[in-house]
Structure formats: C-alpha cells, structure tokens
Design a protein around this ligand. Structure first.
Ligand code: AMP
Length: 248
C-alpha cells in the first residue's frame, strides 16, 4: 500500500505571532518555521503503518517556498521514503492546495492520503475535505484511531461528546486529530540518511493549477488584550461587582 502525506511549513507553534503594523497579515520575517504539528502526527501514523508491514511506500508533499524542503526532510528523517516539493512563493489557499494534491494523486495513485485536520497558521480545516470532493473519495476526518483492514480503513473520529467509527473503502482520505499518536523525534542517523532520500521539485504550473487567491483578507488583528483581574474581600462584594458589571 502506498501513502501520500501532505506536510505544510508553518510558524512554529511555540512562537508568539506578531501582526504586521498595516494589519495585512502576520510577520514572517526571522520567525522560526516548522512542520504543522498535525502533519507530524500524519507522518508518524504513516511510518507506523510501514513498520507494521501494511505500507510499502510513503511519499510526502509540500507546497511552499524552497525552505519547505526542510519540512520534507524532517518527514523523511521520521521515516518517509521520498518527497515532492511544489515550489511557490505565493500563499496558496486550501482549494489551490487540494487541486495540486489531486493532480499528484492521479500521478502517484496512493491508496491513502493522510493529512492534518488543519494547518495552525490559517486554521482552515478545508484541504482534506476539498481533496475528498475533487477526487470523489471517501473521507474520515478528525481521526483518533486508524486501522487498516484489507482494502478498508476503519477510522475512529472525535465527534462532539464521543467517538464514531466509520469504515472507508480505499482509496480514501483521512485527516488526523491530536490524540491519534505521539510523533517521534528523528534520530541523528536518520536525519543524515534523510539527506540522501530523493526529493523532486515541481511548480504549480507543472500541474496546470491556477493558484491565484480567491479570497481577499480584509484585516488581521491581535486578539483583544485581557483586562487585569481584581481581588475582592468576600462573596457579597464579588456578587455586587458582577451585578454592577452586568455579568449576572
Ligand atoms: P488547512 O485546510 O489549511 O487547515 O490544512 C489541512 C491540511 O492540509 C494540513 O494539515 C496539511 O496536511 C495539508 N496542507 C495544507 N496546506 C498545505 C501545503 N501548502 N502543503 C502541503 N500540505 C498542505
């Protein structure tokens, strides 16, 4: 079985994001970038399937600038086999990403595409679903467990108030949630080995996909600053203050 894993290069989750003064977006200059945390989980899941003998090849894809090759190398160091960098300096919206991935799926014919449930930079939570629609493939979103059963995938999904398990006939799309697994750190020898694994470089035009944005961002702003708290003497004062503030 062959698995395709799309991985996105995003601002590292530990970085405190700064909004640009003209409010057109966030400041990316000199900011640490890393693999989208949900994509680390999907790479880990694919690698575990390979270790279990159900998967024979893992191909990772990243659509982004030249530096996205580092994100691909990280996935290769975790255990993926080869990479495809679709190089562009433009911001590609989920629909553009899904269209490029659909073309790659047509070329690579994977049995499973496993993506993050969302990218932590745009929080879109759209790409996997759009890819499912374009390909007309079954999809299991927000997976907290994935079991391979012959040509079927049993996906346990985190839904409001519980878990739902669905069976998908492959080829299929799975998007992963936080509790699916704990991704490994790549060991130094594997980081060295990953440098020798093949990475193809392509461009969106190679796939005939128009990535021109369809949305225009009107404004990006900082979240409202929380007001400082206040200590009160007793419950009666608390209730009276809350009443005055209209909170109760
Ligand atoms: P989103 O729909 O933007 O929240 O992203 C959901 C998932 O789609 C991510 O976790 C990635 O697996 C994949 N994805 C989104 N954008 C890209 C990209 N530029 N390159 C590779 N994969 C991507």
């Amino acid at each position: 079985m062959k698995v395709l894993v799309p991985v996105k290069r995003v601002i590292d989750y530990n970085v405190k994001v700064r909004v640009k003064s003209d409010k057109t977006g966030v400041d990316l200059a000199n900011v640490k970038m890393s693999m989208n945390p949900f994509d680390e989980i999907s790479v880990e899941e694919a690698v575990r399937m390979k270790e279990a003998g159900t998967v024979s090849e893992i191909v990772v894809v990243s659509i982004g600038p030249q530096q996205a090759q580092e994100t691909i190398r990280t996935a290769l160091a975790m255990g993926a086999d080869r990479g495809i960098l679709v190089k562009t300096d433009e911001m590609v919206e989920p629909l553009g990403v899904a269209k490029i991935l659909a073309k790659i799926v047509a070329e690579e014919t994977p049995d499973l595409v496993i993506l993050g449930k969302q990218a932590i930079d745009d929080d879109s939570n759209q790409t996997g679903q759009m890819l499912g629609a374009i390909l007309d493939w079954p999809q299991g979103t927000f997976a907290s467990e994935v079991k391979v059963d012959g040509g079927q995938f049993h996906v346990t999904r985190e839904v409001d108030g519980g878990l739902q398990t669905v069976a998908l006939d492959g080829p299929a799309i799975v998007t992963v949630d936080l509790r699916l697994n704990e991704p490994r750190y790549a060991s130094l020898p594997n980081i060295m080995k990953a440098k020798k694994k093949p990475v193809d470089t392509k461009a969106p035009e190679d796939y005939g996909v128009d990535i021109a944005p369809r949305l225009s961002v009107l404004e990006v702003s900082e979240p409202a600053v929380r007001e400082a708290g206040e200590k009160v003497e007793d419950v009666a004062t608390l209730v009276s203050k809350l009443k005055t503030a209209g909170a109760i």
